[in-house]
Design a binder for this molecule. Structure first.
Ligand code: 13P
Length: 254
């Protein structure tokens, strides 16, 4: 069993004060277990403060997105080097909200992953099918394309730096979690693709998180699946107790 990675995607939520309180709470609680990795992904404007609060803890801090260019006339965007500069170690790339609301393509996501790796950030690449794609039996095709195009041109060594998050779009923010079996099946499919393209060694190294309405009640069953190596948590990561309960569940299972 791999070390589980529990990540909280705070999305466009919280005030600065609430974000800092949440980070302090995570810092003070026993999230410093070596048994699991924990990370939080606040909005850009909170990153510097949250990095400062958490830098003495083992909690990773990352951004929810970045731009693929190093610098220049890209009004409103943030580069990987800027994220490193304020203390981030990770970045979420290709979240379904970026893909659908902001029209990010697999090609853009691929460029962002390369840019993140080149400045020493560890990307979490999100993949996942929409409800109508699942209903049409296209889950494998959609996820296969997201992986193949998203990871194009990367070496196996680079791919080992990644985490993949399987987030079925129909499960995000809906309370409709994939069943543990459904999630495990897609995770196994993702690992098979990684193995066929990049070898068993790479496929076995990579952690595949599940995301989509994970909470303290369903975490045990989901995280107990053999192919699930952690969770990318949205709503439940905004409440310290819920998030910590998920972390402790992962510790118990380790
Ligand atoms: P919810 O946990 O709120 O469904 O969000 C999941 C998600 O999008 C995490 O990136």
């Amino acid at each position: 069993m791999k070390k589980q990675f529990i990540a909280g995607n705070w999305k466009m939520n919280l005030t600065m004060n609430d974000a800092k309180d949440l980070a302090r709470r995570l810092c003070n609680e026993a999230v410093n277990s070596d048994a699991v990795d924990v990370g939080v992904f606040p909005a850009f404007v909170f990153l510097r403060d949250i990095c400062e609060i958490l830098h003495t803890s083992k909690v990773y801090v990352g951004a929810q997105n970045m731009y693929m260019e190093k610098s220049g006339a890209f009004t409103g965007e943030v580069s990987g080097a800027m994220l490193r500069d304020v203390g981030c170690t990770h970045v979420i790339i290709g979240h379904s909200e970026r893909r659908t609301i902001f029209q990010e393509t697999n090609a853009m996501i691929n460029s962002k992953i390369k840019a993140a790796l080149s400045c020493g950030l560890s990307p979490i690449l999100c993949v996942g099918e929409r409800q109508e794609e699942r209903d049409a039996g296209k889950t494998s095709e959609v996820i296969g394309n997201q992986l193949t195009e998203g990871l194009a041109g990367l070496t196996s060594e680079q791919i080992k730096e990644l985490t993949i998050a399987y987030e079925p779009v129909w499960a995000i923010g809906t309370g409709n979690t994939a069943t543990p079996e459904q999630a495990n099946e897609v995770h196994a499919f993702i690992r098979n693709i990684l193995e066929s393209k990049h070898g068993n060694d790479t496929a076995q190294c990579i952690r595949i998180q599940y995301g989509g309405s994970v909470n303290s009640k369903n975490a045990n069953e989901l995280l107990g699946q053999p192919e699930i190596d952690g969770a990318l948590v949205g709503g439940a990561s905004l409440d310290p107790k819920s998030f910590l309960d998920i972390v402790y569940e992962a510790v118990r299972l380790s």
